[in-house]
Design a protein. Structure first.
Length: 365
């Protein structure tokens, strides 16, 4: 039992860091559990369950097989998986899109070279981080920002639309550098999807999206949806990433503790006092402690919500720890293709920083 706990703490770096921060900072101030953003946590929970049902129904696998089967050369394949990840992450979130699509891609691409596996996996992660920007529920920190600052739906789309379009154009440009080598992959046909399951998923998905946008009463609809999901398939609750939810809980506690420590208050307030400082500062901080805790921490001290949105979303590109999605993608790749994980890491870092620099230049001037 003890060995299992230590193994989990070693493998899930973000959970370990968040828990350590929450515990250590609680020695300096009394933790306030009322500061936990339960709206974000329960929004994530319901979306995780819905996406798990979507995956369980075979919808994602069927779409993947359909796209790959129509890719007759390597550039077309890379473009297809990039677009699938990009648009899929808009509804699935970047974390879940990567968790879902990367194993499918590596399984379908088992006949490809290591180089194509590395390129495809890198593009999937980058595209998921980029496509997930559009809607608040696509990224955890955006869902938090949306609620914390009380941003209107129209204002949020003004922020996210430009960054999403610019990211899509850059992702498409990257795929143009891939050679058009003829390709032939033997695929097993996708299983039939029941129309009743698809109808249920479409209706519940629309209800969830409308509720997260604030057009339906959250405190009423979400509990009802959780009960409906439990009745529909109670086993799906085992697929929820409770470690991720607990990580958010610890980060909320830790950042609230930090916000009430006078030395930290003075330091952060002085560092993030202007729009440009918030933009570039949140990007740099994301490279070190990840974009989710950076968002929660900085939001306590600044009203420059737009710049924080830009900095932390672009900040998801860069180092492996800049985003939890990056760590998830790397963990999946290392489990399936351990021999080429070092080469994957090198290409990932190069492409991510190139794209991040271009976006910072576009939106930071």
């Amino acid at each position: 039992m003890v060995n299992r706990i230590f193994t989990y703490l070693k493998n899930d770096i973000m959970f370990t860091v968040s828990m350590s921060l929450a515990v250590i900072t609680s020695f300096f101030v009394v933790p306030d559990f009322g500061a936990v953003n339960w709206h974000t946590i329960f929004s994530l929970t319901t979306m995780m369950i819905w996406v798990s049902l979507l995956e369980n129904a075979g919808v994602l696998h069927a779409v993947s097989v359909w796209l790959v089967s129509r890719s007759h050369h390597t550039r077309a394949l890379m473009t297809s998986v990039t677009l699938l990840s990009f648009f899929g992450a808009m509804l699935l979130s970047n974390d879940i899109a990567i968790l879902t699509l990367m194993p499918i891609y590596l399984r379908l691409a088992s006949e490809l070279s290591d180089q194509l596996k590395i390129i495809g996996s890198t593009l999937i992660i980058m595209a998921a981080n980029s496509g997930a920007i559009l809607f608040p529920f696509g990224k955890s920190q955006n869902l938090y920002l949306f609620g914390h600052y009380g941003v209107s739906v129209g204002e949020f789309f003004k922020w996210s639309g430009a960054l999403t379009v610019a990211s899509l154009i850059l992702m498409f440009i990257i795929t143009r550098f891939i050679k058009s080598t003829p390709l032939s992959i033997n695929l097993q046909p996708a299983e039939h999807i029941e129309s009743r399951s698809l109808t249920f998923l479409i209706i519940t998905g629309i209800i969830l999206i409308v509720t997260i946008f604030g057009w339906l009463p959250f405190n009423i609809v979400v509990p009802i949806m959780l009960i409906i999901f439990f009745i529909y398939n109670h086993k799906i609750f085992k697929m929820v990433d409770y470690g991720l939810l607990t990580t958010f809980f610890f980060f909320f506690v830790a950042t609230n503790n930090l916000a009430n420590i006078h030395i930290v208050q003075d330091l952060v307030s002085s560092l993030f006092d202007t729009p440009s400082h918030v933009l570039f500062g949140s990007f740099l901080l994301s490279q070190v402690i990840s974009n989710v805790p950076s968002t929660i921490l900085i939001s306590t001290f600044t009203e420059h919500a737009h710049e924080l949105f830009l900095g932390t979303n672009i900040g998801g590109l860069g180092t492996m720890i800049a985003s939890m999605a990056n760590l998830i993608g790397y963990r999946v790749y290392r489990q399936i293709e351990p021999d080429s994980s070092a080469a994957f890491l090198r290409l990932f870092m190069v492409l991510n920083f190139v794209m991040a620099v271009v976006l910072l230049v576009l939106f930071g001037i």
